[in-house]
Design a protein around this ligand. Structure first.
Ligand SMILES: [Zn+2]
Length: 300
């Protein structure tokens, strides 16, 4: 018979083993993307995810940050441009795995070429990135990529795993980028876009000597691995792939955008991208803060 101490050890070991399996089993690998259905409710891409946050936490955190961002960023207000980008985003969001509604804004800054998303479905795309985009397929890939980050709940997953607060997983987590690329290609495909749009855009970006992603111009990040990963992910995206779509609305949006005077970012912009734990009314808050502090002590 097991003595109480031994039973305790067995229980602790089993719990630990279970947590390890949870963490390392990962989410649906790209090989499984064939199983995507037009009805996204049949799969749960986060089923094996260790995430200490609730969906409501994601929504609360994102809402607070997007309100701050909206107050401080120069946003495009042109109704035709906003309607076009919003319609495209809603269309993709509907076919995605995201349980959140989608809110997108265009930041009227030409010399920055990136996109951001906040948990809970808040999306921002810089005008500079739209300048680099040459077709609706490519734009669908970018928006699909951002929705992929939010659907897979990358930020709260990363925080749950003990990464330091404020460190955006979007900038450092290569695996998150690959997953968002693969999800974005699937979503684009199911909305009637050529899923190779992401490859076309990344290939163009890889040939640029410099790109500004918000921290000043820097050498183009090594996107060759993302391109290779996307090629692999596309092998399992069901064919036939739609031919390129009608470009007239896309070109009209670009034309109007070109006519708008660009603005610049306020140099005293608050760091709205930082994670603010105080915005989350969660019972797990204390646990998460402790993990973050421990991580920062080990990685000064
Ligand atoms: Zn990303």
């Amino acid at each position: 018979m097991l003595r109480p101490q031994n039973a305790w050890h067995v229980l602790v070991s089993l719990t630990f083993l279970f947590l390890l399996i949870l963490v390392y089993s990962g989410k649906d690998p790209p090989q499984n993307i064939n199983r995507i259905s037009r009805n996204s409710s049949v799969r749960n891409i986060n089923r094996a995810q260790l995430n200490l946050y609730s969906l409501q936490d994601d929504a609360t955190m994102g809402k607070s940050r997007s309100e701050t961002a909206d107050r401080h960023l120069p946003l495009v207000q042109d109704p035709v441009i906003c309607r076009y980008i919003n319609n495209l985003t809603q269309k993709i969001n509907k076919r995605s795995d995201s349980p959140f509604s989608a809110h997108i804004r265009i930041i009227n800054v030409s010399d920055i070429s990136t996109a951001h998303s906040f948990p809970g479905g808040h999306y921002y795309i810089y005008r500079g990135l739209i300048h680099l985009i040459k077709s609706e397929d490519e734009l669908a890939a970018v928006i699909g990529h951002e929705i992929g980050h939010i659907a897979a709940r990358h930020e709260t997953e990363s925080l749950s795993l003990g990464l330091p607060m404020g460190e955006s997983p979007f900038l450092s987590g290569a695996d998150y980028e690959y997953e968002a690329d693969a999800l974005g290609a699937q979503y684009a495909r199911y909305c009637g876009y050529d899923p190779r749009g992401g490859i076309q855009l990344l290939t163009r970006i890889s040939k640029l000597p410099f790109i500004n992603t918000g921290d000043g111009p820097k050498r183009t990040p090594d996107v060759s691995k993302r391109i290779a990963n996307l090629h692999q992910a596309l092998e399992t995206v069901p064919s036939p792939w739609p031919a390129s779509s009608d470009q007239s609305a896309f070109l009209e949006m670009k034309r109007r955008l070109n006519e708008l005077p660009a603005q610049s970012l306020n140099p005293d912009l608050p760091s709205f991208l930082d994670f603010n734990i105080n915005t989350i009314p969660s019972p797990t808050k204390k646990k998460i803060r402790k993990r973050g502090q421990k991580y920062q002590r080990r990685h000064p």
